[in-house]
Design a protein around this ligand. Structure first.
Ligand code: UDP
Ligand code: MG
Length: 140
């Protein structure tokens, strides 16, 4: 079993699309072991995306991620990291495969609905950014 971190981004929560996205996640075989509401700030969103600090889109990304509530979710499944990236599709919805969450719902490369960890190592770090161990509950 592997874990990954998903985030329902502010465009997803503010457009009322949380249920549709969670439905796809569960139907794809992921188990939800942690989930919460957060309102990121410029500081915490900036810290989460620190790896992109030097990129031209960083300022707007931080502003977007702190513009409304976000919902981090810890998901568990065999091959969770790669399988979740497949489920959400390419960063730019215009380039995402048919049937992916970003292809079907995202409005732009920035407002692309969901985050997904890009490696098992980063998944551990990102899960720890939002959750303590006692908040993660496996179901059977
Ligand atoms: N992003 C953006 N413009 C870009 C690339 C990325 O606004 O040219 C945003 C987008 O919301 C993306 C996030 O920054 O999801 C993180 O970028 P990354 O390259 O890590 O994409 P992801 O891993 O989310 O597919
Ligand atoms: Mg990324």
């Amino acid at each position: 079993m592997e874990r990954t971190l998903a985030i329902l981004k502010p465009d997803c929560t503010s457009r009322g699309l949380m249920g549709k996205v969670i439905d796809r996640i569960e139907k794809a075989g992921f188990r939800i072991v942690g989930m919460k509401n957060v309102r990121l700030t410029a500081v915490t969103a900036g810290e989460f995306y620190a790896v992109h600090r030097e990129r031209p889109f960083y300022g707007e990304l931080v502003e977007f991620m702190s513009s409304a509530k976000a919902v981090p979710i810890v998901l568990e499944k065999d091959n969770a990291v790669a399988d979740f990236r497949k489920l959400i599709g390419a960063t730019d919805p215009a380039e995402a495969d048919a049937g992916t969450i970003r292809k079907d719902f995202a409005e732009s490369k920035q407002n692309n609905m969901v985050h997904g960890s890009d490696s098992p190592e980063n998944a551990k770090i990102e899960i720890g950014f939002f959750f303590s161990d006692r908040e993660l509950v496996e179901n059977s």
